[in-house]
Design a protein around this ligand. Structure first.
Ligand SMILES: Cc1cc2nc3c(=O)[nH]c(=O)nc-3n(C[C@H](O)[C@H](O)[C@H](O)COP(=O)(O)OP(=O)(O)OC[C@H]3O[C@@H](n4cnc5c(N)ncnc54)[C@H](O)[C@@H]3O)c2cc1C
Length: 388
């Protein structure tokens, strides 16, 4: 049994830590200011271009993309270290290309789609979105009713998607739709590549959310998609979609560890300096227990996330572990950040500290890619199912 990262993966983690410290943390005051002024969560185009250039020059690009198209094809274990470091900052920047859609595309594209979609995506030339959720089907995506019907060589899609991140900006959306009502999630749901500006792909409204997040509602009205843009095999879209969701969930667990660690570091720095009733806060048992619990739970979440990623790299079935870490790590970080906010008193309530944005972000993370209760239900159902 080995509990240390391989040397090259530790060096990569250290490199990302330096990138976060030198490039992303200095942008936080501007991110906080923009968000406090109601201008959303962002860094602006110029900063984005500059960060893209720097990450490329550092080799922090295409880390888990295939080698034949310029990636480093790193295992999930290495990516956990990378994502933990990125999780420490509220500056919204993902090392391109974002892993979840990358994993789904890798698992499904044919040669034509590889050239038209995967390769430009890996080069960082395009932005993608994923359209799964619907007004009547979120936590239970098998209940989706958006329908794709074959017409000649094309597919015609009708329905409504909601809560879709980046839908207005994405160059293409991986859109999930029912192609066989009878079969549903068992062979009746397919994935389609829908380009920005396709007639009938109507982004009807932005929906601002807590934590500065922004999602969109999309109405699909006779949206015609060319036949070759069916992603993977007709009716078999659910498994690659789950692969995509699993990738995001592991990533979210790693982000949560990073966020919680940052919040704990902030408590440990502040508590000895702040005196109330003649004693520093660090002498109070309430704060000491928060520190001890946070350190213990962060340690547990980190090990669980590495364990899950390692098993994933071995090709093992990690559906249960993914549900466990997604629920455990996001709830854990939510609690640690909340305790940090409490420790800082009124300062913790301000929009000058990153804590409130971390809290808002974690609040949404407890919902998207499956709410906590759904993941707990999955774990319990699996265990109870074997002991009926
Ligand atoms: C910031 C953000 C970004 C998002 N981005 C995207 C995106 O890009 N693409 C996309 O397709 N979707 C996206 N979503 C949607 C997201 O994945 C869904 O909102 C989520 O899966 C929950 O679905 P729902 O909102 O329909 O909740 P529901 O499924 O209605 O669940 C509501 C609540 O009911 C409870 N519950 C439900 N089922 C169970 C159960 N079996 N056992 C116990 N309790 C249960 C839980 O407490 C849950 O929170 C995003 C959501 C957010 C908040």
């Amino acid at each position: 049994m080995e509990f240390e990262l391989a040397e090259e993966h530790r060096m990569l983690k250290d490199l990302v830590a330096r990138f976060v410290k030198d490039e992303l943390l200095p942008l936080e005051p501007e991110v906080l200011k923009r968000e406090a002024e109601g201008r959303g969560l962002g860094i602006g185009r110029e900063a984005h271009v500059r960060l893209d250039e720097i990450s490329k020059s550092l080799g922090l690009w295409g880390l888990d993309a295939p080698e034949d198209i310029g990636g480093a094809d790193l295992p999930a274990v290495a990516m956990v270290g990378v994502e933990e470091e990125l999780g420490r900052t509220i500056t919204p920047f993902t090392l391109p290309p974002d892993s979840p859609n990358l994993r789904m595309l890798r698992a499904t594209v044919n040669e034509r789609q590889k050239a038209a979609y995967l390769e430009p995506y890996v080069r960082g030339e395009t932005v993608s979105a994923i359209g799964i959720s619907e007004p009547g089907a979120g936590g239970d995506p098998a209940g989706m009713i958006t329908r794709a019907v074959r017409e000649g060589e094309d597919w015609v899609i009708n329905g409504r998607k909601i809560w879709i991140s980046r839908a207005a900006d994405a160059d293409f959306t991986i859109l999930m739709a029912v192609t066989d009502r009878e079969k549903g999630a068992r062979g009746g749901i397919s994935a389609f590549l829908v380009d920005k500006g396709t007639p009938g792909f109507n982004v009807v409204r932005p929906i601002p959310m807590v934590g500065g997040a922004l999602t969109y509602e999309v109405l699909l009205e006779d949206c015609r998609v060319e036949g070759w843009k069916l992603l993977g095999t007709e009716g078999q879209g659910f498994a690659p979609m789950q692969l995509r969701l699993g990738t995001r969930r592991v990533q979210m667990a790693a982000w949560s560890v990073g966020m919680a660690q940052r919040a704990l570091d902030m408590i440990c720095e502040y508590a000895p300096q702040r005196t109330t009733f003649g004693q520093p806060l660090s002498q109070r048992q309430a704060i000491q227990w928060w520190v001890a619990d946070a350190a213990t739970k962060i340690h547990a979440a980190r090990l669980m996330t590495y364990d899950c990623a390692w098993k994933l790299d071995q090709g093992r079935d990690v559906r249960l572990e993914i549900s466990m870490i997604k629920a455990f790590a996001t709830e854990m970080a939510w609690e640690v950040v909340d305790h940090a906010m409490q420790t800082f008193g009124a300062m913790g309530m301000t929009k000058e500290l990153p804590l409130q944005l971390m809290s808002g972000k974690l609040r949404t993370m407890r919902i998207y890619d499956g709410p906590t209760e759904v993941h707990k239900w999955v774990v319990a159902r699996n265990l109870l199912g074997t002991r009926r």
